[in-house]
Design a protein around this ligand. Sequence first.
Ligand code: NAG
Ligand code: NAG
Ligand code: NAG
Ligand code: NAG
Ligand code: NAG
Length: 511
Amino acid sequence: MVNAAVVFAVLVAAIWVAESEYIEYNTTQRIVPDKINVHLVPHSHDDVGWLKTVDQYYVGANNSIRGACVQNVLDSVISSLLEDKNRKFIYVEMAFFQRWWRQQSKAMKIKVKELVNSGQLEFINGGMCMHDEATPHYIDLIDQTTLGHQFIKEEFGKVPRVGWQIDPFGHSAVQAYLLGAELGFDSLFFARIDYQDRAKRLKEKTLEVIWQGCKSLGSSSQIFTGIFPRHYDPPDGFTFEINDVSPPIQDDILLFDYNVQERVNDFVYAALAQANVTKTNHMMWTMGTDFRYQYANSWFRQMDKFIHYVNQDGRVNALYSTPSIYTDAKYAANEYWPLKVGDFFPYADHPNAYWTGYFTSRPGLKGYVRVMSSYYQAARQLEYFKGRNETGPNTDALADALAIAQHHDAVSGTERQHVASDYALRLSLGYEEAERLVASALASLVNQRLSSHRMNPVKDFQQCPLLNISYCPPSETTLVNGKILVIVVYNPLAWKREDVIRIPVSSFAGS
Ligand SMILES: *[C@@H]1O[C@H](CO)[C@@H](O)[C@H](O)[C@H]1NC(C)=O
Ligand SMILES: *[C@@H]1O[C@H](CO)[C@@H](O)[C@H](O)[C@H]1NC(C)=O
Ligand SMILES: *[C@@H]1O[C@H](CO)[C@@H](O)[C@H](O)[C@H]1NC(C)=O
Ligand SMILES: *[C@@H]1O[C@H](CO)[C@@H](O)[C@H](O)[C@H]1NC(C)=O
Ligand SMILES: *[C@@H]1O[C@H](CO)[C@@H](O)[C@H](O)[C@H]1NC(C)=O
């Protein structure tokens, strides 16, 4: 009897100990002025096409090419954010976010809007893609950014504050001026600069600068710009995708390999190392990289623990943050930042490795993007004159195709062949629809003139995109049937032009 009672008591005690092992992690976000503050910025870098097409990446198709499914990223991030109000995440590429958003229920949309309003989910950069800065036309950069920002404004009533061009292969002063200062961004961040420039900046603590994009506009073209010390991934040992090799924090005393103090030491050491190359006591850790957070909890679980134990330790302070919070902290520090003028081109990531071949690679796609871009500029003017029709032919598909074609693995030419073909297909489908819009817009504009001259209205116009090879069936055949040929030439530029226009006609049709 006595023995049994003892066994029973021991059992109860064991169960009680096991239950007491639930740990509530304190992830309260706060900045401590007199400590090193490590801003953990959870992010996923989701290329709008590269090794796979944009849709293959979104749905997780063709995973034998690359295991990547952006739908998983967004699904799992949202549920992780809902679990703890201190967690934060930034999302960047609106081409993906739009695909996800239109598939969500009303109830989910309400929850996500709350996450955005509370600042847990923040849209950063906010264009349709993270555009290249060397090969696009600046008009296309403005347009693709506007398209993404319009979506954010309409759905969430927000305007992104921060530029996040983390992956493009070098950076243009046009970015600093037009897409930084003029757009009203407070700051801009990226990873890729020349390796020698980076080495020098690391030594001199000048990775963070005031970048002046335009000589003649001076200070009104400036933006606070942060260059990451290495790349856009975390310091070594702090990546937590399910198949990453960084050691997790093991803090359950009933399991083997308890390692809280070791991992806290690792964290503090990595923070001190970065403090050596960073001005002020605020540093950013970019917690993520390409297509990460497909199972977001594996990251957030570890970051919860690090914030909890590192802050208990007290040598440095860790917090969930965003580039906006980081920028505000840098601004409040009232520090002097060196001035940078001009481009960050060309980009070499190590000796003799210049990323300049892409300036001219895939010239066919580059040319097609340019031609489609100028056609779009003309088409949307005509769309405006005629009056926009949401259900009839419009320029939306062309705008969308052009936007994703500005991605830093699209017009740049660094994507695989089947992905290049996908961009071209989207452009040609967008063009077909825009062409129908242009035809009816021209007809309605011209018919106003014709009727004032008491002439019969024209039903439709056909366009001749192959005038370069004198191919234009309408002008070559209409005259044969004794009909009148009306030729309209539309100048979309804001100034007068003088050009010779050649129209092929069939030789036997007479005058
Ligand atoms: C959590 O951490 C914050 C900041 O250090 C502190 O103010 C707060 O008291 C802590 N909360 C709990 C429940 O320990
Ligand atoms: C992608 O997957 C589809 C369907 O499995 C297949 O038909 C196609 O060939 C794949 N594309 C590439 C580029 O591997
Ligand atoms: C920081 O820099 C100092 C001086 O160069 C060096 O002694 C120290 O080891 C560095 N600390 C870390 C953690 O890298
Ligand atoms: C818009 O386009 C649709 C489809 O072509 C057409 O039926 C409708 O009449 C158009 N609406 C206006 C206002 O032009
Ligand atoms: C004419 O233009 C079309 C479309 O831009 C192009 O595909 C074709 O190669 C051009 N032909 C010649 C002979 O330049």
